[in-house]
Design a binder for this molecule. Sequence first.
Ligand code: HEC
Ligand code: HEC
Length: 475
Amino acid sequence: MGIAPAHKHTLFMKRLFLAALPIAAFIAISGTLDLGKPDNYANQAIPNYITKDNTPLNNEITDKGATLGRVLFYDKKLSVNNSKSCASCHKQQFAFGDTASASEGVNGTTGRHSMRLVNARFANEVRFFWDERAATLEQQTTQPIQDHAEMGYSGQNGDPNITDLIAKMNGIWYYPELFTWVYGDAQITENRIQLALAQFVRSIQSFDSKYDAGIVQAGNPNGPFPNFSQQENQGKGLFMQAPVFDANGIRVGGGAGCQRCHAGPEFDIAPTSRNNGVTGSFTLPNDINNTRAPSLRDLVDVNGNAYGGFMHNAGQNGINTLLDVINHYDSIPQNNPNLDPRLRPGGNLQRLRLSTQEKANLVAFLRTLTGNNVYTDPKWSDPFTNDSLTIIPEPAYVQQAIATASAKVYPTVTAGKVVIEYPSALTHTRMQVSDMNGRTLLNGYIGNSIDLSAQPAGMYFVRFENGQTVKLVKQ
Ligand code: HEC
Ligand code: HEC
C-alpha cells in the first residue's frame, strides 16, 4: 500500500503528496464536531516559496490536536467567570486580532493591543508577545489563562489557579472525551492544553492574497508582479530595497528598508529586530522592550481598512492607518536606548523623506498582503453554538480499526535506516521513538523512515499511538 501523506516529515514531501491527493469535501455542520471526520489542519497546502517554520519537532500539527485546540480557543469556560475565551480578544473576522485598542478581560483591560494570529507558524522568530517574553508558542498559550486581567486563573490576589481550572475541565463532559481522542487517555494537563492550543494557532494560515498570486506568476519575489498595478509594484520595490543615507540620516537613495525587519514572502519579524521607536503602552510610559510584530499579512481587511490602531499601543501614538505607519518610519520621532540601529543610521534618527506618491505606493503594496479565506474558513471558527458544543463521536468501526491496525516496521535489526509502512487507519496517529533508558528521541509525525545511524548501538522502541510497540536493535 502507499505511504500516507500525513507521515511525510519534510515540507517538500508534504507538498509533493498534496498535489496527488483527491480533494476531501468534509462539510462541517456549524456547532457540531464530527470526530470521525476532523477538519484538515495537518496537511494544508503550503506554497513552496514559504520556507520559514517554527513548529517544534515534538508538536507537529495534527487534525485531532488542532481540533481540541479550536475548542479550547473558543471556550469561555477557560476563564474564571465563564465570560472570556481566547477568541474574545482574537476574532477571526479581524485576522484573529481585536478592533479595541485595549481588549476587555475578566478583570479589566489589557496593557497592550491584542496581536493578529495569522501565519504565526511561518517565521524565524520562535518567541511570542510584543516583548517576546514567551520563549515558545506552547509556553505562550497558557499565559493569558493565568493572567489576572485576561482570563483570571492567576493563583494570585484570591484568583484560583490552573490546577483549579483543570479540576473544572475534568467536570466538563466534552474534555475527558476530547483529551482521550487526542492523547489516548483522559488526563488533562497544562502541557497537553499548551500543545493543542499551539497546534490550533499554528494552523491559522493565509496564502491567498494578491501578493501570493503575484509571486506564483512571477516565479520569484524580486521583479515586478504581472498581476500588480504599477503603484503596487513600486511599493513592493520600496518595501524591499534598503535606504541609502547621508551622514545626517537623511535618505538620498534606495527604498524604505522594511524588508530588513519584516522579510517577505512570510513578512515575519526578524529575530534581530529591536524596537521601532513606538514607545508608551496603556500602562507603561516607556515601554521600549517591544521587538516583535505579527506577520504583516492581513494587516487590513479585504476592503483595505485597518482593524483599529497599529503597533503594541494601537493608536496611542496616533498610528491608526497604514499611511500613519509609513509616516512613522518616514521620520522616527524620538531616540531610546533600545531603538534598532537600522532606524538610527550613523546615530541619527532615520529620515526617509518619502514623497506623497512613494507613501501611497507603500500603502498600496501593504494592502496586497491581505487574503480572503482566513476570515471565513469554518475550521478556524467558533465550534460552540450559544456556548454549547455538539460532538459526534468517532464511529466504533474507526476506533476498532485504529486499535487493531499495525504498522510494518523493518528491518528490526539495523545499522541505520528503518522503514515504516502505515495502514490507512493509522494515518492520523503519532508515534514515539525512545532508547533503552526511556529517553525520547522523536515524537510526533515521524515519517516513513527512521534513521538510527547517528545513534549508539543498542535497543530502541517505536511506540504508536494505538499502543503497538516494535523493538529495534541498532548494531
Ligand atoms: C483579554 C484579551 C485576551 C485574551 C482573553 C487572550 N489574549 Fe492573546 N493576546 C492579547 C494581547 C493584548 C496580546 C499582546 C500582549 C503583549 O504582548 O503584552 C496577546 C498576544 C497573544 C499571542 C502572541 C502573538 C504573537 O505574535 O506574538 C498569542 C499567540 C495569543 N495571544 C494567543 C492567545 C490564546 C491561545 C489565548 C487563550 C488561551 C489568548 N491569547 C487569550 C489579548 C488576549
Ligand atoms: C528595525 C526593524 C524594523 C524596520 C526597518 C521596520 N519595522 Fe515595522 N515593526 C518593527 C517592530 C519591532 C514592530 C513592533 C513595534 C511595536 O508595536 O512596538 C513593527 C511594527 C510594524 C507594523 C505594525 C504591525 C501591527 O500588527 O500592528 C507595521 C504595519 C509595520 N511595522 C510596517 C513596517 C513598514 C511598512 C516598514 C518600512 C517602511 C517597517 N515596518 C520597517 C520593526 C521594524
